[in-house]
Design a protein around this ligand. Structure first.
Ligand SMILES: Nc1ncnc2c1ncn2[C@@H]1O[C@H](COP(=O)(O)OP(=O)(O)OP(=O)(O)O)[C@@H](O)[C@H]1O
Ligand SMILES: [Mg+2]
Length: 247
């Protein structure tokens, strides 16, 4: 819990560290732009809902199954056309197609995957991806360009189980660079609990619990400006990410 919040803080911290940042919201309940302080989040339509665009680029109409997609749909113009600049961070709301049945093989997801693959290979750009607890947006061809898969974990048994499951999924597709971020950490006890429960995991850092975050969210305000403590934690994580990947 806290993926979108952490992505927002990391994108902001990377921008402040001087990177050109693109953040992709690939979550079904897109709220990344709102977290970053975009005033009219409801006005942005996720890419997967732009059916004409998906059809034009992939050659397959959304809603149909079994079609043959273009393997390499044109995506290089999409970031400029469809991203919004939110306080220095470019955000693309990709959206996600809910899983189930042939969900993963629909043209919408094919387009989003191609877009992610394209942006991962872009030089001098830090790409931050807010994904549901899974790795389905990453294909075998693109994972080489991924520096880290960051798993956001909170000090709770179910979250620990999820982290283990994601690490396994990552290993299955050959993604080795996995690290956890302990989020919603309220005490030294919480921190030790996470370290003890996740032995064998690399820790990218810890983010404190701050009541100001949900409050800002409820008030419809920027979450990233609401907590200096969380901003400091995110900037320490950026320092961690600058270090070369282990082995
Ligand atoms: N460090 C924190 N301190 C306090 N509250 C937090 C913290 N991180 C996240 N939250 C709160 O927890 C709630 C869930 O966070 P968020 O939406 O980022 O999670 P998510 O993993 O993206 O959820 P979803 O699975 O719905 O996409 C929000 O109300 C957010 O403000
Ligand atoms: Mg989210």
């Amino acid at each position: 819990m806290g993926k979108t919040t952490v992505v927002a803080f990391l994108a902001d911290a990377l921008h402040k560290a001087g990177y050109t940042v693109i953040a992709i919201d690939a979550d079904p309940d897109s709220n990344l732009v709102a977290c970053l302080g975009y005033p009219n989040p409801e006005k942005i339509r996720p890419l997967v809902e732009l059916h004409d665009l998906v059809h034009e680029r992939t050659g397959v109409k959304p809603g149909t199954t079994g079609g043959l997609f273009r393997l390499n749909p044109k995506v290089d113009d999409l970031p400029a056309k469809y991203s919004v600049n939110v306080n220095g961070v470019r955000v693309l709301v990709a959206g996600a197609v809910r899983k189930g049945g042939s969900g993963c093989y629909c043209p919408e997801n094919a387009l989003v995957r191609a877009l992610i693959a394209h942006l991962l290979l872009e030089k001098n750009t830090a790409l931050v991806l807010d994904m549901e607890a899974g790795v389905e947006h990453l294909g075998r061809g693109t994972i080489k360009a991924v520096n880290r898969l960051l798993i956001v974990v909170e000090p709770a048994p179910r979250s620990i189980e999820t982290a283990a499951r994601i690490k396994k999924m990552a290993a299955d597709i050959g993604l080795k660079w996995v690290a956890v971020i302990g989020n919603r950490v309220r005490s030294q006890h919480d921190r030790e609990y996470l370290l003890r429960s996740l032995t064998g995991f690399d820790f990218a850092g810890f983010i404190p619990y701050d009541e100001a975050l949900p409050q800002a969210e409820i008030a419809g305000k920027s979450v990233v400006t609401a907590s200096a403590a969380v901003r400091d934690a995110a900037s320490a994580i950026v320092d961690y990410l600058k270090k070369p990947s282990p082995n």
